[in-house]
Write a protein that binds this ligand. Sequence first.
Ligand code: CU
Length: 157
Amino acid sequence: MHKIVIAAFLAFAPTAQAHDFTAGTIFIDHPMIEEAPPNAPVIGGYVTLHNNGGTDDRLIQIESSAAEKVEIHKTTVTDGIARMQPLTEGLTIPAGDIVWLGDDGTHAMFVKPAKRYQVGDEVPATLVFEKAGRIDITFKVEERSLTDGPGHEGHGQ
Ligand SMILES: [Cu+2]
């Protein structure tokens, strides 16, 4: 009896958490935003991008009505001081590769969010790829502790 209960849990758990989208050959997995304190001037978003196609693509823009603007940023630390800079060329997703917007200090920066987004909220956004085109997705708001790592420094939160 015990084993059956565990099997049922395992069968359902991935389904409950599945949160992905597809744009052409780009598989967009688990777009999430970190819950931020009230009045946070910026909030960080993260997403995993799989390029299942045979040619490189680039995430060139993120649009969202949930913030004044969204920029694709990279945090770099120079002489102990963290600075964020927009990735003006966008984020390259090499053919056959997987890129996490979140790795190596990269993140989506939602500037001046329209309200405080809390765990469980869904934030609409449009990802714009050079080749795969535009796709409407939602970023799920999750607890900050889940993704503590690179990309937070210098956010002024
Ligand atoms: Cu930033």
